[in-house]
Design a protein around this ligand. Structure first.
Ligand code: SF4
Ligand code: SF4
Length: 190
């Protein structure tokens, strides 16, 4: 049963309005090239093709509860191969934002990982892998810290990751850019 937003817009309209630029969502042929190209397909509740079909069918709750956007690794392979130039990856980001806002995605792990990652980038200008992993595991799977401890120590000693976070030069400039991006994002709020 198609559902509409509180203001009467269809789900399709909501997704279009919340996605920067024109994602060309109305052009989808349901050819399945995107799903066939996706490295995360086996772990997804719905293929990218199916998810786009659900958006067009107005299946708001089902689409926003799907784990598909959270398993998207932003490789852009689907976008490169789509014969209709549909911005599939951008739509995945839109669905992530909408599912967090609507609280329809009931596994907090993936949204929380994204927030932790963004916090490091906002404060240091780059990700800090050791901090990201340990913060996330302590919050969601404390015993997992012991499982990855050896690997973490090995990577630090081999210089693959650093032991302490390092702030980039020009962090003030980056933070100003991020603040502006948030301001622009608010214009696409749904
Ligand atoms: S590849 Fe493009 S046209 Fe084909 S199903 Fe995916 S989004 Fe639709
Ligand atoms: S960008 Fe996301 S949806 Fe597209 S192929 Fe890569 S992982 Fe799959």
């Amino acid at each position: 049963m198609p559902t509409t937003a509180a203001d009467g817009r269809t789900f399709f309209d909501e997704v279009i309005a919340a996605t920067p630029g024109d994602p060309h969502l109305d052009r989808c042929l349901q050819c399945g090239t995107c799903g066939g190209s996706c490295p995360s397909g086996p772990d997804m509740d719905h293929t990218p093709r199916a998810l786009i079909g659900m958006i067009r069918a107005g299946m708001r709750d089902q689409a926003l509860r799907s784990n598909t956007p959270w398993f998207c690794v932003s490789c852009y392979y689907c976008m490169v191969r789509c014969p209709q130039d549909i911005h599939v990856t951008d739509i995945m980001y839109t669905l992530k934002r909408m599912s967090v806002k609507s609280k329809l995605y009931d596994d907090s792990t993936a949204p929380d990982f994204s927030k932790t990652f963004i916090n490091w980038v906002e404060n240091y200008g780059r990700a800090f892998e050791l901090g990201l992993m340990s913060q996330h595991l302590l919050r969601h799977n404390p015993f997992g810290v012991f499982k990855i401890a050896n690997m973490g120590v090995g990577m630090v000693t081999k210089g693959r990751i650093s032991f302490t976070p390092k702030r980039i030069k020009g962090i003030d400039g980056l933070q100003a850019i991020l603040a502006k991006a948030k301001e622009l994002e608010a214009q696409y709020e749904v």
